[in-house]
Design a protein around this ligand. Structure first.
Ligand code: ATP
Ligand code: MG
Length: 288
């Protein structure tokens, strides 16, 4: 796995890693949620390509797209190398699964993934998970949880979910994987006009900081998904000297636990403005 010194798996989506605090955490299941045409499959391919460029293996599982259609999409994006990766056996496309045949998740599907994920340098994509969930029984939550734990053992995964066109997300087929996923990214096409047509929001990222708010993105041939968010992160890299702030505060004794927490807080740069950070520290001391 292309794990940087920050211990993260680079997503390959331009501008996204910095919004995730460096990228995905290794051996996690990462949900990409969105309605038709928002770019879920392009996202998934881009994630796989990032790994393939660094000698990682890729596994692409699909229930509704056969290998030909996946290749066609890649070619239309200008990613001709996908064909070579498939020929060389570095990218495995599993599209011979039919949801009707999958009653339990511990079926051929998992065998396919696990038997091909022989080392830790594997990126896995399930695009999309929705038809599979729809066919599962009432014990879904347990099954999905178990399936995700197997995926985590096998590598780092992107699992896409189809958002219903009516926007109703209160369906177990959405909520169960969203709760059980390690991160959730929501892609939307709101159609308000050029700049904010397509937006990305990070709903959660377990065990990590992530940027909040919505970020415009574009889908561009050659590059794929490009998220415009770097200015946001750049402006908010703050490091304060705790001693300086403490001197400004008029409080003699600070609870040692709170002090330890504040030391942790100020150890590294954090993506927040300096004024905000100082305000928070002062407030915490006041309350303690
Ligand atoms: N070659 C291309 N150049 C630029 N944009 C493209 C290109 N191919 C596709 N797109 C854009 O990407 C969108 C489709 O992306 P993608 O297939 O990843 O969406 P999806 O979310 O997987 O959709 P679905 O739910 O139908 O599977 C298209 O609607 C189009 O706007
Ligand atoms: Mg798709």
């Amino acid at each position: 796995m292309m794990i940087n010194k920050d211990g993260r798996v680079k997503t390959g989506i331009f501008g996204l890693d910095e919004l995730l605090g460096g990228g995905y955490c290794p051996n996690t299941v990462n949900i990409v949620l969105g309605s038709a045409g928002v770019g879920k499959t392009i996202f998934a391919l881009q994630f796989l390509l990032k790994g393939l460029e660094n000698d990682e293996k890729g596994i692409f599982v699909s229930f509704d797209m056969d290998e030909r259609r996946i290749i066609d999409l890649a070619l239309s994006m200008g990613w001709d190398e996908v064909v070579d990766y498939i020929d060389e056996g570095k990218l495995l496309v599993g599209s011979n699964f039919h949801v009707e045949d999958i009653v339990y998740l511990n079926s051929d599907l998992l065998d396919f993934i696990l038997s091909n994920a022989s080392n830790d340098k594997v990126r896995i994509v399930v695009d999309s998970f929705t038809p599979l969930i729809a066919s599962l029984s009432f014990e879904m939550r347990k099954d999905v949880n178990w399936f995700f734990s197997k995926l985590r053992e096998a590598g780092t995964s992107v699992v896409t979910l189809e958002e219903p066109l009516d926007g109703n997300l209160n369906n177990p087929s959405i909520t169960v994987p969203v709760f059980l996923g390690d991160s959730v990214i929501h892609l939307e096409n709101i159609g308000y006009g050029e700049a904010f047509n397509r937006t990305l929001r990070i709903i959660k990222h377990r065990g990590s900081w992530h940027a909040e708010g919505i970020f415009p993105y574009r889908i561009l041939r050659g590059l794929g998904i490009v998220v415009e968010g770097s200015a946001y992160v750049e402006e908010r890299k703050t490091k304060v000297d705790l001693e300086d702030v403490l001197r400004e505060v008029d409080k003699k004794e600070i609870d040692p636990v709170v002090l330890r927490r504040l030391k942790k807080l100020t150890e590294d740069e954090i993506p927040i403005s300096k004024e905000e950070l100082i305000k928070i520290i002062k407030r915490v001391i006041e309350c303690s």
